[in-house]
Design a protein around this ligand. Structure first.
Ligand SMILES: NC(=O)c1ccc[n+]([C@@H]2O[C@H](COP(=O)([O-])OP(=O)(O)OC[C@H]3O[C@@H](n4cnc5c(N)ncnc54)[C@H](OP(=O)(O)O)[C@@H]3O)[C@@H](O)[C@H]2O)c1
Length: 246
């Protein structure tokens, strides 16, 4: 029997790789994106034809609480089991400590922290009733290593790591697992946005032969965490950084 997964930010980057991985491997998907586009609709249609997965697009902006609530309501109204929630969508911002406006920090926290908690809360209530579920939060190596230039983004991901661990403790009694993935620079629009200098600096810290991570490798890690092979894994943040520290 097919399982069901919600993936936010599934229109591009890591989220798109997750959509492809889960659809091709036994999951029906609520593919969440900020807005409808022709490209996204046609990609979903092709993927659905190729894999046999049912893929339902759901649209909401993570900086708008009402849109989030309406989007998740639509999913819940289908009254299907929610096996997995992947909180993938997120936003980056680079800026020196003294040059980062608090207003900007609020905007980043709105998406990377408050929206993630909001979605987790709405979905966890359903998972509690099911007495099962798996939540995967896209954290970041930037939330573990306090590197310069990442005040807003790094601290928002550090908060998400704490939230992941705390939620795992509270939700464990309902057989809900909560884990995170903390990649380093991944080959997406966001990963490529970093300066050559930052990227070079980071690659030099790697234990493995240096390279950017591919979105598919992150999707593979999420698929493992969602699987029964990881049935005893909770409260963990899987670092995918080639043994580096960026
Ligand atoms: N790439 C990296 O190097 C890296 C490293 C560590 C962690 N991560 C984390 O991995 C996740 C995915 O990153 P990525 O590399 O795939 O980034 P990306 O290519 O920039 O894609 C970001 C995704 O998040 C969505 N998103 C951003 N703000 C949103 C909002 N307000 N409402 C709804 N959707 C929103 C984007 O939608 P739109 O297309 O509408 O903008 C897009 O689907 C993020 O949480 C990121 O922080 C990435």
């Amino acid at each position: 029997m097919r399982k069901n997964v919600i993936i936010t930010g599934s229109n591009r980057g890591i989220g798109r790789a997750m959509l492809e991985k889960f659809a091709a491997n036994g999951y029906d998907v609520w593919a969440c994106a900020r807005r409808e586009t022709e490209e996204f609709l046609s990609a979903i249609k092709n993927l659905s034809n190729d894999t046999g997965a049912s893929i339902t697009p759901i649209y909401f902006d993570l900086s708008d609480e009402n849109e989030i609530r309406d989007g998740i309501k639509k999913i819940l109204s289908e009254k299907k089991n929610i096996d997995v929630l992947i909180n993938n969508a997120g936003v980056a911002y680079g800026g020196a400590f003294t040059m980062t406006p608090i207003k900007k920090m609020r905007e980043i926290y709105e998406v990377n922290v408050f929206a993630q908690v909001n979605i987790m809360q709405l979905v966890a209530r359903k998972m509690i009733r099911q007495n099962s579920g798996c939540i995967i939060n896209m954290c970041s190596a930037a939330g573990i290593f306090a590197n310069p230039g990442f005040l807003a983004y790094g601290s928002s991901k550090a908060a998400l790591i704490w939230i992941t661990k705390m939620a795992a403790k509270e939700l464990g009694r309902y057989s809900i697992r909560v884990n995170g993935i903390a990649p380093s620079f991944t080959d997406t629009d966001m990963g490529r946005y970093n300066s050559e200098e930052k990227l070079k600096e980071h690659l030099q810290t790697m234990a493995l032969p240096p390279r950017m991570l591919s979105p598919r490798e992150v999707a593979d890690a999420a698929f493992y965490i969602a699987s029964d092979s990881a049935a005893f894994l909770t409260g963990q943040v899987l670092q995918l950084d080639g043994g580096g520290s960026a």
